[in-house]
Structures are given as structure tokens and as C-alpha cells.
Design a protein around this ligand. Structure first.
Ligand code: SF4
Ligand code: SF4
Length: 187
């Protein structure tokens, strides 16, 4: 009898509509991405990049191969030659197959010179696999594209590994609220 009454009086329908009506007056839990973006957490691991050294304008990599050795996905490929005069390694090839990467961050943690980093840039969907195969030049461009967002702003990712490098060697200084990625733009 109860069920019959409910059906006749559209009780369930009315309950549902009341819930819908209630949400009109509550704060939305969704955002209008991509116009609005949520702030990222510290330590977010996005697209790979080679930090461009402000002094030399090149990457800092010393071809120690530690990142390739520690990478669980084995998606980092490095080659190098030896400078006959100094005996130092000279990087000749550095590639990351980002589609195989699991973004564990081991490569940036193990790097002794803060050469390879996982930036907070995450909007890099592509139509081809090749676009996510980062070579040395592409990794530097990735850095330029990432750090370009922070022009005239200070930035520091406290999770980046910086032993042996003074703070003056940082690309920029102290991190402020994320100016681009965390900004919520109004319509
Ligand atoms: S984040 Fe992890 S899986 Fe990705 S390249 Fe670095 S070490 Fe390899
Ligand atoms: S990116 Fe860092 S860990 Fe990897 S080879 Fe270069 S210096 Fe070594």
C-alpha cells in the first residue's frame, strides 16, 4: 500500500528534485577547467625538463647516468663521450620516453646536480607518441615553457634535490603561491 501511495504521489521523484534544488544554493564542488585550475600540491610531478643553467644557458647534466640506473621504468637513455683533455664525460644523448614513465621522481632525487626535474606542468596531451619522447633539446624547451610561467616571480620546488649547488644557482628564488597553475580565473 505504501509503495502504491509513493508511486501515486511521486514521492521519490519529489525527493530527487528537492536534492537537485538544494544544490543550487550550495558551493559547487566542481570547477570550470581549463579556465579555472586547482592549486597543485607541493611535490607534484609533471612533465620532465632539463634545468637550463642560468650561467651557461645549457643543461647541467654531467652524464653520470645515475637517473637511468635508478629509473624503474628504464625509460631514460643516455650516451656520452670522454673529453680527452679533461677526462670528463660529455653528454651526447639524453632521451626520456615519457609514456613509459611512472613519475616516481627517482631521477630528480638521485641527480647530483639538479639537472633533470619533474616540473609542475601537466597539460601536455598529444596526438602522437613521438611528442612524448623527450630528447635533450626538447627537455630544455620543456624547462623554458615551464619556467616562463614564473617570469619575474620567485619559484622554488622544495622537493628538488640540490646538494652541492648554492641557492644562487637556483633558477629563481623562493616559491610564492603558484601564479599560473594555481590561479583561478573568473569567467
Ligand atoms: S620519474 Fe621515475 S619512471 Fe619517470 S623517468 Fe624518472 S625515474 Fe624514470
Ligand atoms: S640528469 Fe643528473 S643523474 Fe641523470 S645523467 Fe645527468 S647528471 Fe646524472
Amino acid at each position: 500500500m505504501n509503495n502504491l501511495l509513493k508511486k501515486i504521489l511521486f514521492i521519490d521523484l519529489i525527493k530527487g528534485l528537492l536534492i537537485t534544488f538544494k544544490t543550487i544554493f550550495t558551493t559547487p564542488v566542481t570547477i570550470r577547467y581549463p579556465k579555472q585550475k586547482r592549486p597543485l600540491e607541493d611535490g607534484f610531478r609533471g612533465r620532465h625538463a632539463f634545468v637550463r643553467d642560468p650561467e651557461t644557458g645549457k643543461e647541467r647534466c654531467v652524464a653520470c647516468t645515475k637517473c637511468a640506473q635508478v629509473c624503474p621504468s628504464q625509460c631514460i637513455y643516455i650516451d656520452y663521450s670522454i673529453n680527452p683533455e679533461t677526462g670528463a664525460r660529455v653528454l651526447t644523448k639524453y632521451e626520456i620516453d615519457a609514456l613509459r614513465c611512472i613519475f616516481c621522481g627517482y631521477c630528480e632525487e638521485v641527480c647530483p646536480v639538479n639537472a633533470i626535474v619533474l616540473t609542475e606542468y601537466f597539460e601536455y596531451a598529444s596526438y602522437t607518441r613521438e611528442e612524448n619522447y623527450f630528447n635533450r633539446d626538447r627537455l630544455l624547451i620543456n624547462w623554458d615553457e615551464f619556467i616562463g610561467q614564473y617570469e619575474r616571480k620567485e619559484y622554488l620546488n622544495k622537493f628538488w634535490h640540490l646538494p652541492g649547488i648554492g641557492r644562487e644557482r637556483l633558477p629563481v628564488g623562493k616559491r610564492q603561491p603558484n601564479p599560473i597553475i594555481g590561479r583561478e580565473e573568473s569567467q
